[in-house]
Design a binder for this molecule. Structure first.
Ligand SMILES: [Zn+2]
Ligand SMILES: [Zn+2]
Length: 189
């Protein structure tokens, strides 16, 4: 015989908008008291094992039985963005060993863990000098990913300003890139 709710809990469930039929469904699923909802765990599971409950009602019931279902969800939704802000975008990870570099790291320093140049050396599409970091030390152009280098040089030849080239590349769709690569290859002959 599946559990049966005590009268008080039955009254509360009814007050939450749960019909006798739904209470019977809860009971035949083996839920016969407030403590059983803790075993169920969350509203989604409750709605799964008792399909007679709408998700809304299941959520209400769980809020009463196990408390504040919104809190963990809100916390989960809030967490992804914040550590990224704390983990400043200037943090550098060694390209050789992956070690996080100290806060006072500056471009060109050697990795504190493995002793190699922590950042990849990139070539400047604008003035052809090369160096570590995000920006060219000679001309101030923003480095583009190595795979975009030829495209960046091409955009420069087409007359795009120094600041615009990295932005244009970042905004390009794969199809745009294909078209641009077509032009680059044609020029190479
Ligand atoms: Zn390293
Ligand atoms: Zn440069």
């Amino acid at each position: 015989m599946p559990g049966a709710f005590p009268i008080l809990e039955r009254s509360i469930l009814k007050a939450k908008g749960i019909s006798d039929a739904q209470i019977a469904a809860l009971e035949s699923a083996g839920i016969g008291g407030k403590a059983d909802f803790a075993t169920v765990g969350d509203a989604a599971t409750l709605a799964e094992i008792v399909p007679e409950l709408t998700p809304e009602v299941a959520a209400k019931v769980m809020a009463w039985a196990v408390g504040a279902p919104a809190a963990p969800a809100a916390a989960a939704a809030g967490t992804p963005a914040k550590p990224i802000l704390i983990d400043s975008p200037d943090l550098v990870y060694c390209v050789h060993c992956g070690a996080k570099q100290p806060k006072d790291y500056s471009s060109g320093d050697l990795c504190s863990a493995c002793g190699k140049q922590a950042e990849a050396i990139l070539s400047c599409f604008w003035c052809s000098s090369s160096g570590p970091g995000k920006f060219c030390r000679q001309c101030g152009a923003q480095f583009v990913p190595t795979g975009d280098f030829d495209l960046a040089v091409h955009l420069k030849r087409e007359g795009l300003p120094k600041d615009e080239v990295p932005k244009r590349l970042a905004a390009m769709s794969p199809a745009d890139r294909d078209v641009l690569w077509g032009r680059v290859r044609k020029l190479r002959g």
